[in-house]
Design a protein around this ligand. Structure first.
Ligand SMILES: Cc1cc2nc3c(=O)[nH]c(=O)nc-3n(C[C@H](O)[C@H](O)[C@H](O)COP(=O)(O)O)c2cc1C
Length: 231
């Protein structure tokens, strides 16, 4: 395998294209077309009515690999509330994306915005820059975020100096109790704490839940909906 910290002409061209996109995304923060055509859940037409100066771009990153995930269900309730409030919301399920591990080449440290790998993270990084509100939804695995979320987190490194002034919400589910929620949310806050001017806005959680499908009809679900409504 070639030294990944050295850019070939092809890599360079791809990088310049990606950087152009990143800059566009950074400048046009509230521009909905950035989201067009992606394999994500997009807002229904009626929820896209606007425009309003208070309308925000909300991006949900969900890392549970299972379909009846509680942490994702909480983020869905948040999405329902946020759409009702008139915001533009998208959800990305990491399990449906091709995301490689960070190789630690450090190319992004000397060349912010550049990543030596070309996979689905490029589009996700653009969406993160364009979002004003981010929701990180993860199951609790061994008192922390799960592996899928951690792989994603490491691949955000190319833009960590560009991510500024975002609101963050966290959504977690665990079999244990509050201490498991706290330790896993703390593991996520170490990540978001590395961005300039980012604010922790709220935590959605459900405890005592080994099984999925446990959010419907719970107070935790209602609270997540209300949080979205007030995002
Ligand atoms: C590999 C693995 C590790 C887990 N570790 C913990 C843990 O440390 N603490 C805990 O309370 N629950 C733990 N659980 C249980 C999950 O947190 C629980 O099933 C949760 O509801 C999954 O969230 P999800 O429905 O969003 O996928 C673990 C489950 C798995 C599969």
């Amino acid at each position: 395998m070639p030294d990944e910290s050295r850019k070939t002409g092809k890599d360079r061209a791809a990088f310049l294209g990606e950087r152009r996109n990143l800059l566009k995304a950074g400048v046009a923060m509230a521009v909905a077309p950035v989201f067009a055509g992606m394999s994500v859940v997009s807002a229904p037409a009626e929820a896209q009515a606007g425009p309003s100066k208070d309308r925000k771009n909300v991006l949900i990153i969900s890392s549970s690999p299972r379909m009846n995930s509680n942490s994702e269900a909480l983020s869905d309730e948040f999405m329902r509330g946020a759409r009702e409030a008139g915001h533009q919301v998208e959800k990305i399920r990491l399990a449906e994306k091709a995301i490689n591990y960070c190789t630690g080449c450090l190319a992004c440290i000397s060349d912010p915005g550049f990543c030596s790998q070309q996979d689905d993270m490029a589009e996700i990084r653009e969406k993160m820059l364009a979002a004003e509100v981010l929701v990180l939804a993860s199951p609790v695995y061994f008192h922390a975020m799960n592996g899928q979320m951690k792989v994603f987190v490491d691949r955000v490194c190319p833009i960590y100096t560009m991510l500024r002034d975002k609101d963050f919400y966290y959504s977690v589910s665990c079999a244990g109790g509050d201490s498991q929620v706290e330790s896993s949310v703390n593991s996520l806050k170490v990540f978001t704490g590395s961005f300039s001017g980012c604010r922790d806005k709220g935590v959605m959680s459900i405890t005592g839940s080994w099984d999925g499908g446990n959010v419907k009809g719970t107070r935790a679900g209602e609270k997540a909906y209300e949080m979205g409504l007030n995002a």
